[in-house]
Design a protein around this ligand. Structure first.
Ligand code: G16
Length: 543
């Protein structure tokens, strides 16, 4: 093997979004594209000389090829060791755990998360720092700056690491340690939850389906749920990770996990249903006949976390992203603990977790997690739910009904308008931004605006400010709408409209979310002149 220094020129558009750089796979496969970005990541973190990294991905198309390139670049740039998941597989939370457990200098995670995979679909690369969390904005800004001035990158020519066998090999001077992707993560879960109680629950005949959506969580769910916890074989569906995720979107929501949704709403549904996404950080939770919104899930987990050993002594605080409903705030208030509202993106929780200010974090986009790693964690959320169900011995529907009786209910929905031409999406946002100051007291549809602003976040730990994080409009009657553009799409712009209504007293048989939110939908569409500006008459995805 020989060290090569390859001359290159900057490639446009290598700006990390909400979670790393996400592009079409063919874009990543262009000459120098991946290499330019990886070298820029190395530059942004002050080089990798004598450093140790973790590398792994969700198994999507191009995963192994990209890992081989990264290994050769890490070796050429003087890294001392890289820890890789066997066959290139690591879920995002498992990678975060490996970074922390081995005290490495960070890691590269290859995934476009819930976006589809394949040569004509999506790919992504993100860097997580030594705390195991996604790189913060100052680092992603430095990466982008480096992509704009890059003139060369270093790579070893020839050779490839054997990723199929657990053990240690060399790539030039660099050690490559191939690890079982599941082992350490499964051991961590066992320290957090009462596995004995969950085992007894399953032994009692409690039934469950877990849909791994042909993505990375399959091996983890098999080993933990069917292996360690004794859930009957076959309860984990679509458990083998495929490069194209079976042709679907590995996105655990009622739209993309429809077969699971249908089963859970059927006559003979199992007691509990759950799904996870491409890289294993998102989750969906269902009971027989009931879907739990991610915002409600965070609130219920916060209210009941003390039932699991890891959280028995209570929580320091609960953090949620701004578009997430306020349900968890009510729990925090009752528990007398702090609550935080951050911009969208898990990276904003890192400082709060590191500083011990928050223990649980969650987002409306199906992410929930705790201070056990620095990423959201799909299986962790499922195991915490199972621990709670094992202790409370109630159905999911009964737990939700109790929760809403105690705290009131935040009806919630999100409308996604995908692949909107960027100029039209910007027009919607610019028009609304321009009117924010004059909206109060005006009526749209049947609702009167009480306040409106653009969200800006002051990080209470490092004092940094992140502005332009979403437009918010509040209306009389407990309604709130938020508009923002997604930072994870790869085609045009995705406009997200987040809809919320708080009702103090609600029972399970009361209003359904669609009816409860209808006045707000009408008000927002009228306020933004949405159909006229975008030409869109219905969202592509409603969750
Ligand atoms: C990523 C981030 C999340 C964020 C989500 C949606 O999730 O890690 O924090 O909530 O994107 O972001 P956006 O609304 O900008 O598309 P994932 O699961 O895709 O990594």
């Amino acid at each position: 093997m020989k060290l090569e220094t390859v001359t290159t020129t900057p490639i446009e558009g290598q700006k990390p979004g909400t979670s790393g750089l996400r592009k079409k796979t063919r874009v990543f496969m262009q000459p120098h594209y991946l290499e330019n970005f990886v070298q820029s990541v190395f530059t942004a973190i002050g080089g990798v000389e004598a450093k140790t990294l973790v590398v792994g991905g969700d198994g999507r198309f191009f995963n192994v090829e990209a890992i081989q390139t990264i290994l050769k670049m890490a070796a050429a740039n003087g890294a001392s060791k890289v820890i890789v998941g066997q066959n290139g597989l690591l879920s995002t939370p498992a990678a975060s755990h490996l970074i922390r457990k081995n005290k490495t200098d960070g890691g590269l995670i290859l995934s476009a998360s819930h976006n589809p995979g394949g040569i004509d679909e999506d790919f992504g690369v993100k860097f997580n720092g030594a705390n195991g969390g996604p790189a913060v904005e100052t680092v992603t800004d430095a990466m982008f700056a480096a992509t704009q001035t890059i003139t060369e990158y270093k790579i070893m020519s020839g050779g490839a690491a054997d990723l199929g066998t657990v053990g240690t090999t060399q790539l030039g001077e660099m050690v490559v340690q191939v690890v079982d992707p599941v082992e350490d993560y499964a051991a961590l879960m066992e320290t957090l939850f009462d596995f004995g109680a969950i085992r007894a629950l399953f032994a009692d005949g409690f039934t469950m389906r877990f849909d791994a959506m042909h993505a990375v969580t399959g091996p983890y769910a098999k080993a933990i749920l069917e292996g360690a916890l004794g859930l009957p074989e076959g309860s984990v569906l679509n458990a083998v990770p495929l490069p194209d995720f079976g042709g679907g979107h590995p996105d655990p929501n009622p739209v993309w996990a429809k077969p699971l949704m249908d089963e859970m709403m059927s006559q003979d549904a199992p007691d509990f249903g759950a799904a996870s996404d491409g890289d294993g950080d998102r989750n969906m939770v269902l009971g027989r006949g009931i879907y739990v919104t991610p915002s409600d899930s965070l609130a219920v987990l916060a209210a009941n976390a003390h039932l699991a050993p890891a959280y028995a002594s209570g929580l320091a605080g609960v953090a949620r992203s701004m578009p997430t409903s306020g349900a968890s705030d009510r729990v925090a208030e009752k528990l007398g603990i702090a609550s935080f509202e951050t911009p969208t993106g898990w990276k904003f929780f890192g400082n709060l977790l590191d500083a011990g200010k928050a223990t649980l974090c969650g987002e409306e986009s199906a992410g929930t997690g705790s201070d056990h790693v620095r990423e959201k964690d799909g299986l962790w959320a499922v195991l915490l739910w199972l621990n709670i169900l094992a202790v409370r011995k109630q159905s999911v529907a009964d737990i939700m009904a109790d929760h809403w009786r105690e705290f009131g209910r935040n009806y919630y929905s999100r409308y996604d308008y995908e692949a909107v031409p960027a100029d039209l999406a910007n027009t919607v946002m610019d028009n609304l931004r321009g009117r924010l100051a004059d909206l109060a007291e005006k009526t749209f549809g049947d609702l009167r605006v009480t306040a409106a602003d653009e969200f800006s976040y002051l990080d209470p730990v490092d004092g940094s400010t992140s502005s332009g994080q979403g437009l918010r409009v509040w209306f009389d009657g407990g309604y709130r709408a938020v508009l923002r553009l997604s930072g994870t799409g790869t085609e045009g712009a995705t406009i997200r409209i987040y809809l919320e209504r708080y009702v103090e007293f609600a029972d399970t048989n009361g209003l359904d979310a669609e009816t409860a939110l209808q006045p707000l939908v009408a008000a927002v569409l009228s306020l933004t002149d949405f159909e006229a500006v975008t030409g869109r008459t219905a969202p592509d995805v409603t969750t």
